[in-house]
Write a protein that binds this ligand. Structure first.
Ligand SMILES: Cc1cc2nc3c(=O)[nH]c(=O)nc-3n(C[C@H](O)[C@H](O)[C@H](O)COP(=O)(O)OP(=O)(O)OC[C@H]3O[C@@H](n4cnc5c(N)ncnc54)[C@H](O)[C@@H]3O)c2cc1C
Length: 491
């Protein structure tokens, strides 16, 4: 039997695409009526900002300025889970496509769309800690720096990335790797339960006991699939009074040797220590390691010895309170906490938006000298062009690799590290070229959260052998594939 929702959705989309499409007799009038009846946007209690209203461009834009030309018809800001249900039900009934937005940091701009409705979850950002249960329940629109701050105030944390304004939802649903990763795992690995509004308009609790398939899928299956998560409950970890930070750097001429030393050391270091190797196209530190250690800086002399043995290393270390350390990695040590938010996303936020694109790889066997040289040369070559770039290496191992590839949707558990090729303000051909050059040395996997809209075979690259199960779950939860985007499961 044909589904009336699908048919209305088709008519609205067809009417939006071209009036010259061969629609059935009378369909044009039906489509116009549907568009008219939906013109006010979803009937939620929260704010609905319509295209053309004052403030609309700021409300519509995501973090990556490359997508400023993509404009939805409405940006809806629900107040709570009930409002999210209303918006989803309305979107399904009207055939209006929807994209959820948490922090708006999707590399590919997947939290916006042309026409349709953006569901901006910024009002759902409470963080409630239950110290007795050692859990925290976090609203799906919270930004990472707010999560770190609320948790640190209670002496606990969750592992997550270092960009302050990344949203918890996209981050956790795609994995979530940061400088506590080898100690506590990915953000997704600490998810105990979630509340999600599915395409049938229900609000489901998802955990090991309730809807276990969906619980499996939400831990790495990628934001935008399955429904709109309204809150996450995470396991929290006590943090010491201080943690140690370190930054080592070398001249470009030592970059390949430093990378050799880092890859032999970082994935096998003690779990308390997580680090990132950087090849920067510009600036005073062409080759650099940044890292965090759950212990005192006085231990670092011995722990970092394999790196400092590489000639011409410059070494800086120190101890910081946990929140101060997160502000330091966020680049916010010298600005106020309020300012440490992206402009336009919170009142007083001053961090600028950026224009960037990226690709990623996973590495399971140490890179030979030829590959390391190619990477160092590529970073230097990017420095000769306009714009800038970097090649970043996130160390895996530790708690991340202690989980089996099929135990959650996040499959990349047997690797040494993840490489991210990142370019700002142009550099698309550079990106493709270094990605091509590395094919012989990598697993073929890619990290969903470093989303690459040009990646062919993304299903296998992001999800490997977990894709089949993800597809089955998506078909069961969202049979008409309402929650859809260019790299959605089932596309
Ligand atoms: C500057 C910067 C630094 C970064 N640093 C790191 C890092 O250190 N470690 C790391 O692992 N990653 C990092 N990332 C990548 C980041 O984890 C992803 O871009 C992540 O998806 C962003 O989440 P978001 O909520 O901000 O994005 P959004 O654009 O809001 O959402 C991303 C995707 O999730 C969907 N989504 C959003 N909210 C929901 C919801 N409530 N329910 C269901 N789907 C939803 C969106 O529709 C979209 O498809 C970084 C990104 C940037 C731009």
């Amino acid at each position: 039997m044909s589904n009336p929702i699908d048919r209305r959705g088709f008519l609205v989309r067809a009417a939006g695409v071209s009036s010259s499409l061969a629609l059935p007799a009378g369909a044009g009038a039906v489509a116009r009526a549907v568009v008219r009846s939906s013109a006010a946007g979803p009937p939620i209690r929260g704010q609905v900002i319509k295209r053309g209203a004052s403030g609309f461009p700021d409300a519509a834009h995501v973090y990556n300025t490359r997508f400023d030309y993509v404009l939805p018809s409405w940006v809806a800001r629900p107040l709570d889970a009930a409002d999210v249900r209303t918006a989803v039900r309305w979107g399904v009934a009207q055939g209006v496509p929807l994209r959820a937005r948490s922090g708006g940091h999707s590399y590919a701009g997947y939290s916006t769309l042309s026409g349709g409705m953006v569901l901006d979850l910024r009002n759902l950002r409470s963080v409630n800690v239950d110290l007795r249960a050692r859990t925290a329940t976090v609203g799906a629109g919270a930004q990472l720096i707010d999560v770190y701050a609320a948790l640190a105030a209670r002496g606990v944390t969750i592992p997550a990335g270092s960009c302050p304004s990344v949203g918890i939802a996209g981050h956790a649903l795609g994995g979530g790797m940061g400088l506590a990763g080898r100690q506590f795992g990915l953000t997704a690995d600490n998810l105990l339960s979630a509340q999600i509004v599915t395409a049938d308009g229900r609000l489901l609790t998802v955990s090991a006991r309730q809807n276990p398939d969906l619980y499996w899928a939400l831990r790495g299956g990628g934001g935008g699939n399955f429904g709109v998560v309204t809150s996450f409950t995470f396991r929290v970890h006590a943090v010491p009074r201080t943690v140690a930070w370190f930054i080592l750097s070398w001249p470009a001429s030592r970059g390949a040797d430093a990378l050799a030393a880092w890859q032999a050391w970082a994935p096998h270091a003690r779990n308390q220590l997580t680090s990132i190797f950087h090849l920067n196209s510009a600036g005073a530190r062409p080759a650099e390691v940044t890292g965090q250690y759950f212990g005192p800086a006085r231990d670092l002399g011995g722990l970092l010895a394999p790196l400092t043995a590489v000639g011409q290393a410059s070494v800086r270390t120190g101890d910081l309170g946990y929140l101060q350390a997160q502000l330091f990695w966020a680049g916010c040590s010298t600005i106020s906490f309020t300012a440490c938010h992206t402009t336009g996303t919170r009142p007083g936020g001053t961090l600028p938006r950026e224009s960037f694109q990226a690709k990623s790889d996973y590495v399971a066997n140490p890179l030979p000298a030829s590959a390391r040289q190619a990477l160092v040369q590529a970073a230097a070559a990017r420095g000769q062009m306009s714009g800038s770039g970097a090649i970043l290496f996130d160390s895996y191992g530790g708690a991340i690799n202690q989980i089996a590839p099929a135990a959650t949707a996040f499959v990349h558990r047997k690797v040494l590290f993840c490489i991210q090729y990142l370019t700002y303000n142009g550099g698309g051909s550079w990106l493709q070229s270094i990605h091509n050059r590395m094919r012989p040395y990598v697993t073929g996997g890619a990290y969903f959260n470093y989303t690459d809209p040009g990646l062919s075979g993304w299903q296998t690259a992001y999800y490997g052998s977990n894709y089949r199960r993800l597809l089955q779950i998506r078909r069961a939860v969202d049979p008409h594939h309402y929650f859809n985007f260019p790299q959605a499961i089932g596309r």
